[in-house]
Design a protein around this ligand. Structure first.
Ligand code: ARG
Length: 459
């Protein structure tokens, strides 16, 4: 348990204290980023004449060897080191001797960990973005195939007006597209390099921070060294964006669970994404959708947790901030897992189009259109609303739908009705007459779908 900072201490750290303090069990996740950062740092030190070229080459070779060995499973990251930074440095010194001791020149673990976390989060933002894109592609396919698939649209979970499956799924397309936008914004805002901030006050070495930033694909170095080592805003922003993604996945999951129920039968989830019951042989449960809905709570929890952790921390670095890692890693892994499974589930799901259409027909979803028919014949809307209300009551009494009433029955309530009422309230008319941008009418839907296609090709 030799520590980087043992010099000033006369007693061995108590084992419990050591374990409580150590972060190697989780920060080993970013060994690759830690080594990437060290390589850039060393290149910059040599460029500035702080290290010789020979020392630089030895260190780079050593770091690459460690990376290759860890990747190949030849070198295990063990709890004998306090954190990933100590692990890499100790192994480097073991391998190349004295030059290894110069790696940490002009650097603190505070700016090092700030860098590693940023590199890790940035890589993961890119990976999550690709998962969201794959989901959008799956949704786009469903939309393309279902411009004419009628289904009820709901408000208050009551059948409201007919829409199409393309239109309904298109609503989720918009949500996940905005989610990608949020990830993009965060990535852009966080893309500044903290390396060179030192412990909190910069260093007296003539570091070239612009150069290091460029080597690591940052837009520029950070502008305040105290902020650099204590900024976790981007983690909070990411967890907020991830919470929103989960919220969207959870809403969609909830609908799929409803649609998959015996009462709706709008969809059938593929066997590969369902499970059975140990006691009830007839069951096919939507467990994946339920788990996605359930895991949402845990990602929200991570956001609340880091917000609370950060709120009382004086400048600059404090050990509290080590708490950002486990919950961020867990949230990232949870979201990636949920996105991949959800995409698999929706792209293999069967839609029972006949049931959807029948359901749209049976819930008076065309009542607004019946009222609009009257309005088009000069009846004020409020009166039309009342007339159709009476018709609906009549239908409920007899257990039929509006298009099953005879023309005489229509005329009993209002003489304005003529034979063309049937066409005016047909499902086809109800949907296809809704032609404003954003509505389910097929022509305008096709335009939106074409726009989506272009967006997916370009982003
Ligand atoms: N494990 C620490 C963290 O995750 C690394 C930084 C430690 N710095 C320090 N001064 N103890 O935040």
């Amino acid at each position: 348990m030799a520590q980087l900072w043992g010099g000033r201490f006369t007693k061995e750290t108590d084992k419990l204290v050591y374990n409580f303090n150590a972060s190697i069990s989780f920060d080993q996740k970013f060994y690759e980023q830690d080594i990437r950062g060290s390589k850039a740092h060393v290149k910059m030190l040599a460029k500035q004449g702080i290290l010789t070229e020979e020392e630089r080459d030895k260190i780079l070779e050593g770091l690459e060897g460690i990376l290759a060995d860890v990747k190949a499973g030849r070198l295990a990251i063990t709890s004998e080191y306090e954190d990933i930074h100590s692990f890499v440095e100790a192994n480097l010194i073991d391998r190349i001797g004295d030059p290894g001791k110069k790696l940490h020149t002009g650097r603190s673990r505070n700016d090092q960990v700030a860098l590693d976390m940023k590199l890790y989060v940035r890589d993961e933002i890119d990976a999550i973005d690709q998962e969201v894109k794959a989901l959008l592609e799956a949704l786009q396919k469903i939309m393309e195939e279902n411009v004419h698939t009628y289904m009820p649209g709901f408000t208050h979970l009551q059948k409201a007006q007919p829409v199409t499956l393309a239109h309904h799924v298109g609503a989720y397309f918009e949500m996940f597209r905005r989610d990608r936008g949020r990830l993009f914004d965060i990535r852009r805002r966080m893309n500044t390099c903290p390396l060179g901030a030192g412990a909190l006050a910069g260093t007296t070495y003539p570091l070239d921070r612009e150069y290091t930033a460029r080597l690591l694909d940052f837009d520029e170095p950070t502008r305040n060294s105290m902020d650099s080592v204590s900024d976790r805003d981007y983690v909070i922003e990411l967890l907020s964006a991830l919470s929103t993604i989960m919220m969207h996945l959870s809403r969609f999951s909830e609908e799929i669970i409803l649609w998959n129920s015996n009462e709706y039968r709008f969809v059938e989830i593929d066997d590969a994404y369902s499970t059975g019951s140990s006691i009830m042989p007839q069951k096919k449960n939507p467990d994946i959708a339920e788990l996605v809905r359930g895991k949402t709570g845990r990602v929200y929890g991570a956001l609340m947790s880091i917000l609370t952790t950060m709120k009382g921390i004086p400048l600059a670095y404090n050990k509290d901030m080590q708490e950002d890692k486990e919950l961020t890693f867990d949230a990232i892994d949870t979201v990636k897992g949920c996105l991949a499974l959800f995409t698999g589930m929706v792209s293999t799901m069967q839609f029972n189009k006949a049931n959807m259409e029948a359901s749209a027909k049976n819930g008076f979803t065309n009542a607004t259109d019946a009222a609009d028919y009257l309005v088009n014949h000069g009846v004020p809307f409020r009166d039309a609303h009342g007339i159709v209300g009476q018709l609906v009551l009549k239908c409920i009494d007899r257990g039929i739908s509006l298009d099953e009433l005879s023309l005489e029955e229509y005329k009993e309530i209002s003489p304005v009705f003529e034979q063309d009422i049937y066409e005016a309230i047909s499902m086809k008319t109800c949907v296809e007459k809704r032609i404003t941008l954003g509505a389910p009418g097929p022509d305008v839907m096709e335009k939106v779908i074409a726009g989506n296609k272009k967006y997916l090709e370009e982003n």
